[in-house]
Design a protein around this ligand. Structure first.
Ligand code: KG4
Ligand code: ZN
Length: 343
């Protein structure tokens, strides 16, 4: 079974072809990705209208490239998948429009996929895929959630952020430190030469007794600390603040993940979404995993941030399990706001 997937929910256009063998094991045949980061950088963040227009320009050339790289023809495609939400409405419409036009012209079913489902299933394409059930820590630019995952389509929310997402905390702190957009990787890089103990930043909701998060206060604390450092903080001051910020975010993510594993009794943790690429987070979780005997699974580094492969994969896994929701009709809609686990 071969599935073409298109991702266009934010600032990356991703197209990929996934093939599942007779045993249902998925394999990535080809993928192509275009990141709009350079275009948005000048504005300090994603400009939705520019994002939509750029997706329009990229999506067909990327799809052609994928078919060429996979040495496949359009007729080989069995289903066409696209990110239906959540995301930017105009950006989502581009992928949805192309996918549904392709599905209609080939008389193939099309499947609207939840972006977060793509993220949380993406480790199934890694060399060491997880088994169900597991706890998923979803940490992206827009979401921070802990979920109990019993199977494809069976997701129970355990906790989530009540304000900023972890990626947003990275991005906003990085902006305060003048590190540009998107700030997560830049802040992590600067943190490598800093002292994480220099500034005592808050660990919001660390002891709240539930599995929810809050990161808005951390951003304020970074702002106040920067102000105290005066008009021109030294490079070392900035590195120390970056390291302290990263340590605060990672501390909370690790602590809450441990609590989620403990309260569910599960022994597998899947970490997905852009912040899952963070080396300190991975190091801390791996060390805890060895100490407390749980296994941590990640997507391949290249599949941590948005991509078409995770969308094709989620659709292929749904298809194999005969899950409802697969459509053959030609109209489409997108769902800019769409909580995972709701119909
Ligand atoms: O999953 P993703 O690509 O997009 C969304 O669905 O939001 O995640 C993007 C987020 C951004 O906030 C980015 O700064 C963050 O992931 N990120 C990182 C790292 N790489 C990406 N944050 C911390 N450390 C990283 N290495
Ligand atoms: Zn994402």
């Amino acid at each position: 079974m071969i599935c073409l997937g298109i991702e266009s929910s934010c600032d990356e256009t991703g197209v990929a072809l996934i093939e599942a063998d007779a045993q249902g094991v998925p394999r990535l045949r080809a993928q192509a990705l275009y990141s709009q980061i350079d275009m948005h950088r000048a504005y300090g963040g994603v400009v939705p209208e520019l994002a939509s227009r750029d997706h329009i320009q990229r999506v067909l050339p990327l799809a052609r490239q994928v078919m060429l790289d996979a040495q496949a023809s359009l007729r080989d495609i069995d289903i066409v998948a696209y990110t239906q939400g959540p995301g930017l409405a105009g950006a989502l419409l581009v992928g949805a429009g192309v996918a549904c036009a392709l599905g209609a012209s080939l008389s193939r079913p099309m499947l609207g996929v939840h972006h977060l489902e793509g993220h949380l299933l993406s480790p199934f394409l890694s060399a060491d895929p997880p088994a169900f059930p597991f706890v998923a820590l979803l940490v992206s630019g827009g979401h921070t959630q802990l979920m109990r995952v019993d199977d494809v389509g069976s997701y129970a929310l355990l906790g989530e952020t009540i304000d900023d997402a972890a990626g947003e905390a990275f991005d906003k702190s990085a902006k305060l430190l003048d590190l540009g957009y998107p700030g997560g990787p830049a802040l992590a890089e600067l943190a490598a030469s800093g002292d994480p103990l220099r500034f005592d930043l808050p660990r919001p909701m660390l002891r709240s007794g539930d599995l929810n998060f809050s990161f808005a206060g951390l951003k304020t604390a970074v702002m106040v600390t920067l102000r105290k450092l005066g008009v021109s903080p030294s490079e070392q001051d900035k590195a120390d603040l970056a390291a302290s910020t990263q340590a605060a975010i990672v501390d909370v993510l690790v602590r809450k993940s441990l609590t989620a594993l403990q309260s569910t009794g599960l022994e597998r943790l899947v970490v997905a979404g852009g912040v899952g690429a963070n080396a300190m987070l991975r190091g801390r979780l791996n060390a805890e995993g060895v100490r407390r005997r749980f296994k941590v699974h990640y997507p391949e580094l290249a599949l941590c941030t948005d991509n078409g492969a995770m969308i094709a994969l989620a659709a292929a896994m749904r298809w194999q399990r005969n899950l409802a929701g697969t459509r053959f009709d030609h109209d489409f809609n997108v769902r800019p706001r769409w909580p995972l686990g709701t119909a």
